[in-house]
Write a protein that binds this ligand. Structure first.
Ligand SMILES: [Zn+2]
Ligand SMILES: [Zn+2]
Length: 253
């Protein structure tokens, strides 16, 4: 299982793209602006999109992806997320006002888009690959995901601030090779991080102490322009080696 980072920034500018991972060539985990870099051929191969939550930086490519290639596909694209996230998208995005309801185009019987509700903790198997939604703590209904391939697992926090379920999931995954965890703001913006329910270096460093040695730690969702400051504050607050996740990088499990 190959996980390519199409985007992992908290924003855009100077080539930055927002959260999206391409899993092998047929699955997207979140659909931020990173997806816009793919060729039309690559876009047409996407059969499944898994979403962590409904915030724009994680979904913005999805409406345009459907519009660009759905007509050339033989099967509907399946959108997986917890029911609360799917309801928000139906009510506020695919509602004919912001974008057409692709679950009824070209017809309700054979649509371009199919909704597939996920239950937290219940593994979804796609071929030999397994995806399990894990709880997150954000300002809207949200999850992270545990991805399991043939050679181990990767835990993605999604957008979240401090909460036990993430670290309990990390402890339970004995084959954990990678933890991708967000850290959006510098310590000076702790009040914004708290209000928007994101990690900042002090809160993440405290939680990282709970992670056993072994798994590699990758930081994502850094606010544009704040990257160096966030990483320096993290390095000062934890002895755990951490690295910024890089756009274009691929992780294997
Ligand atoms: Zn968010
Ligand atoms: Zn976000």
């Amino acid at each position: 299982m190959r996980i390519e980072v199409l985007g992992c920034s908290g924003g855009i500018g100077d080539g930055r793209h927002t959260t999206s991972f391409l899993v092998d060539d047929d699955i997207l985990l979140d659909a931020g602006s990173g997806v816009t870099q793919l060729s039309r051929q690559a876009l047409a191969r996407i059969d499944h999109v898994l979403l962590t939550h409904s915030h724009l930086d994680h979904i913005l490519s999805l409406p345009l992806l459907l519009d660009s290639v759905a007509g050339e596909r033989a099967h509907p694209l399946t959108l997986h997320a917890i029911p609360e996230v799917l309801e928000i998208l139906k009510d506020h995005l695919f509602n004919w006002r912001i974008w057409p309801d692709f679950s009824r185009i070209p017809s309700a019987e054979a649509p371009f888009l199919r909704y597939a509700p996920l239950a937290v903790g219940q593994p979804l198997r796609l071929g030999a690959r397994e995806f399990t939604a894990i709880e997150a703590h954000h300002v809207v209904p949200a999850t992270g995901y545990l991805l399991r391939g043939g050679a181990g697992s990767l835990l993605f926090s999604g957008d979240t601030d401090s909460h036990d379920a993430l670290w309990e999931a990390a402890a339970r995954a004995e084959d954990l090779r990678h933890l991708v965890v967000e850290c959006s703001f510098e310590n000076a913006q702790a009040n914004i991080a708290h209000a928007a329910r994101h990690y900042h270096p002090a809160s993440l460093a405290a939680d990282l102490a709970r992670l056993r040695p072994g798994p590699e730690v990758w930081i994502s969702h850094l606010k544009p322009g704040g990257e160096a400051g966030i990483l320096a504050e993290l390095a000062a607050a934890t002895t755990r080696p951490v690295e910024a996740l890089r756009q274009g990088q691929a992780l294997e499990i």
